[in-house]
Design a binder for this molecule. Structure first.
Ligand SMILES: NC(=O)C1=CN([C@@H]2O[C@H](COP(=O)(O)OP(=O)(O)OC[C@H]3O[C@@H](n4cnc5c(N)ncnc54)[C@H](OP(=O)(O)O)[C@@H]3O)[C@@H](O)[C@H]2O)C=CC1
Ligand SMILES: C[C@H]1O[C@H](OP(=O)(O)OP(=O)(O)OC[C@H]2O[C@@H](n3cnc4c(=O)[nH]c(N)nc43)[C@H](O)[C@@H]2O)[C@@H](O)[C@@H](O)C1=O
Length: 318
């Protein structure tokens, strides 16, 4: 635990947050800044393409970060995952292989790799414990992304076993919050519905189309809670096992749609497009391992939705 303790004790340690303009990376930077960390290193995608192995090597050789949080990835909702399988498997394998390997080679003290709850089998036991990994077939709409993320977990474990490298993995449930991707097709359900309900309200539309049957169950976590958990793990966990990060609360997509509708203030009807895939029927994580370490989520879905809609109105071009 001594090395982990030093994460919080040295606020001038150099920390590379990869993917700092995304939903997760931006929240992690905000969290680190709020804790007075002063030496956060970032690069935009345009400045450093993490799929380019020699560029990543040169960056680590020049910057020599002491800690790395890997929040850069090819990310998207059910439609994007299903439509661009080659991108989701190849870009993610490249980014994580380059960053994890360069971190080890250039003396990084600790790295945290971010996976996702989609690593688990489609019909995993609920709530899903960490040891459900590789116990059954994956959900077909996101198996390419899941295989890349599983390889990331295994790479962290392999480097810890062979080299004693302090590489840990966190598996968040479905996230939302400021700096989310609000693309109409490629985003996740929550930002997609927020945008669609808002547009319908502004245009006075009578109906909003929602994908699938509405019956799938999902667990949502505000990204500020996730960032808090990531920083907590950097300071308090150095184990082989990946760690689930969830809120412990699940809602059906129908309940979520009703809640987003209420927060946005749309008055019309919901229409279900059942030609669109439902994906995994249920995906509730068992986050008791993280709870036993001393961390729990704090932000309720209702509060988080109100906060995110406020951010959307102030920051996203309507
Ligand atoms: N969003 C969610 O619901 C969940 C996310 N996660 C995990 O959290 C992590 C972050 O996701 P999230 O913040 O949502 O994703 P975002 O798409 O919001 O952010 C990803 C970031 O990675 C950057 N990036 C992508 N490709 C490259 C590249 N080749 N080189 C350099 N930078 C690159 C992007 O930059 P640019 O936009 O310029 O390409 C962007 O800043 C991922 O590992 C994801 O699997 C896990 C569970 C749920
Ligand atoms: C985080 C996680 O995210 C993805 O998995 P997912 O949980 O299925 O995520 P999703 O947010 O896209 O959908 C959730 C549910 O919602 C329904 N749904 C309704 N209406 C819209 C809609 O308008 N857009 C979207 N995207 N979904 C909609 C949709 O049909 C589905 O039933 C994976 O990429 C996976 O790789 C991953 O890690």
């Amino acid at each position: 635990m001594a090395e982990s303790d030093s994460f919080f004790s040295n606020k001038s340690a150099k920390i590379f947050v990869a993917g700092h303009r995304g939903l997760v990376g931006s929240a992690i930077v905000r969290k680190l800044q709020s804790l007075d960390f002063t030496n956060i290193v970032v690069r935009t995608h345009a400045d450093l393409d993490l799929t380019r192995q020699s560029d990543v090597e040169s960056f680590f050789a020049a910057e020599k970060p002491q800690y790395v949080v890997l929040a850069a990835a090819k990310v998207g909702g059910i439609h994007a995952n299903n439509t661009y399988p080659a991108d989701f498997i190849s870009i993610n394998l490249q980014i994580q292989t380059n960053v994890i390997d360069s971190s080890y080679r250039h003396g990084v003290k600790k790295i945290l790799f971010l996976g996702s709850s989609c690593i688990y089998p489609k019909f995993a036991p609920q709530p899903i414990p960490e040891n459900a990994l590789l116990s059954g077939p994956l959900e077909p709409t996101n198996e390419w992304y899941a295989v890349a993320k599983i390889a990331g977990i295994k790479m962290c474990q392999a480097y810890r076993i062979q080299h004693g490298f302090d590489a840990i993995s966190a598996m968040p449930t479905n996230l939302y919050g400021p700096n989310d991707n609000f693309h109409p097709e490629n985003s996740h359900v929550l930002p997609a519905l927020m945008r669609r309900f808002h547009k319908a309200k502004v245009e006075g539309a009578k109906e909003v189309v929602v994908w699938g049957t509405g019956s799938p169950l999902r667990e949502f976590l505000h990204v500020d809670d996730l960032a808090d958990a990531v920083v907590f793990l950097m300071g308090n966990y150095s184990g082989l096992e990946h760690v689930n990060v969830g809120s412990g609360k699940e809602v059906s997509i129908k309940e979520l749609a009703e809640l987003v509708k209420e927060v946005v203030g749309f008055q019309g009807e919901l229409v279900w497009d059942t030609s669109k895939p439902d994906g995994t029927p249920r995906k509730l994580m068992d986050s008791s391992m993280l709870a036993s370490l001393g961390w729990n989520a704090k932000i309720s879905l209702k509060h988080g939705l109100v906060d995110t809609y406020k951010w959307y109105l102030e920051n996203v071009k309507q």
